[in-house]
Design a protein around this ligand. Structure first.
Ligand SMILES: [Mn+2]
Length: 341
């Protein structure tokens, strides 16, 4: 499926020059290491397009105008490179999954992908630093889950300590999954290399390996899991979502980075995402959770939204994506006093 970025990209249908924006969104159309369905490199473009419709749904979306939100141009060179490299990785991943783990191709491909993925990370980091130094707030819009590391590194340059609130069906704690240092499945493993990340609070997990489960147990204290099945058990037994959110808030430090993989939601809300998993959260639940971060007096210092893919149901996945992108941007702004809730 091909999309076309409009010449003037008006996120949420508002025209806001970068210099006037409080929040800058960095789009990253990248999906080189995804292991199953592809499509998320079209995430930024499809969300941008869907976001034009938001203002006619509810008047509350006018707050984006008040705060000023701008999206950087979608870097089509990275998209083209992602598409080209995917041709190598698809074959390689397929070979590994068919038992050819010792393939002689491995070294060359992994080296090449690691090289470009490092460059992508540095590019995102440089863009983030540029805007953070101008005292703007920054969010990353993927692309696959790996693309947020550059922003996390930029924030680690500016903050001594912060926690990550991760909404995801997956733990993201695999070490160099399929050999790739910057794999989508390794994002939180890589984030935890930053000593400034004092907490990783994972909400909605329902698909993880034995090795990842062990890691969560071993690093208890730094990693705090709120498994999907435990959340559901509590709700079915009468605990309110408010009480659950209070419990999540109690584990977070004052500065919070939100990492939102769309597959943390109920798969009905993101049917085209790469690795959907049954179960998961509702949009209203995560929006309420983000509001609670603000109400608890915490400061949202950055965020990412990843793994939204247009697929065949282009409008639907992107509509959900644009709504949660809006919510993330607004909550970050509210937490830093730019708008009132
Ligand atoms: Mn995931």
């Amino acid at each position: 499926m091909k999309l076309h970025t409009p010449i003037s990209a008006k996120l949420f249908g508002i025209s806001c020059p970068q210099k006037d924006a409080s929040v800058i969104i960095i789009p990253v159309p990248w999906e080189v290491t995804v292991s199953s369905r592809s499509g998320t490199s079209l995430g930024p473009e499809s969300i941008l397009k869907a976001s034009y419709e938001l203002d006619i749904i509810r008047h509350e979306y006018k707050k984006a105008e008040e705060m000023g939100v701008a999206i950087l141009p979608i870097p089509h060179d990275w998209k083209t490179l992602s598409d080209t490299l995917r041709h190598h990785t698809v074959g390689y991943i397929h070979a590994m999954e068919s038992g050819f783990e010792k393939s002689s191709l491995k070294k060359d491909i992994v080296k090449k992908i690691d090289h470009y993925a490092f460059q992508l990370k540095e590019d995102v980091k440089a863009k983030a630093m540029t805007h953070l130094q101008k005292e703007k707030m920054v969010g990353v819009l993927g692309g696959d889950n790996s693309v947020s590391l550059g922003l996390m590194e930029a924030l680690a340059n500016m903050h001594d300590d912060f926690g990550i609130l991760q909404i995801d069906a997956h733990a993201g704690l695999r070490k160099a999954y399929r050999g790739f240092t910057y794999s989508h499945a390794s994002i939180m493993h890589n984030a935890l290399q930053l000593t400034q990340v004092t907490k990783l609070v994972q909400v909605g997990l329902r698909s993880y390996s034995e090795e990842e489960a062990k890691r969560i147990t071993t690093e208890k204290g730094r990693i705090v899991p709120f498994l999907d099945r435990d959340l559901k058990q509590k709700i079915f037994n009468g605990t309110s979502w408010k009480e659950i959110c209070d419990g999540i808030m109690a584990t977070l430090p004052d500065k919070v980075y939100i990492s939102f993989d769309i597959d943390g939601l109920d798969a009905k809300l993101c049917p085209s995402t790469g690795t959907p998993v049954p179960g998961g959260l509702q949009v209203d639940e995560v929006c309420y959770l983000f509001e609670q971060v603000v109400s608890a007096g915490k400061k949202i210092i950055g965020f990412d939204l990843c793994e939204v893919a247009p697929g065949e149901n282009m409008d639907w996945d992107a509509q959900v994506g644009s709504l949660v992108l809006y919510k993330l941007a607004m909550m970050m702004g509210a937490s830093q006093g730019k708008i009132q809730l």
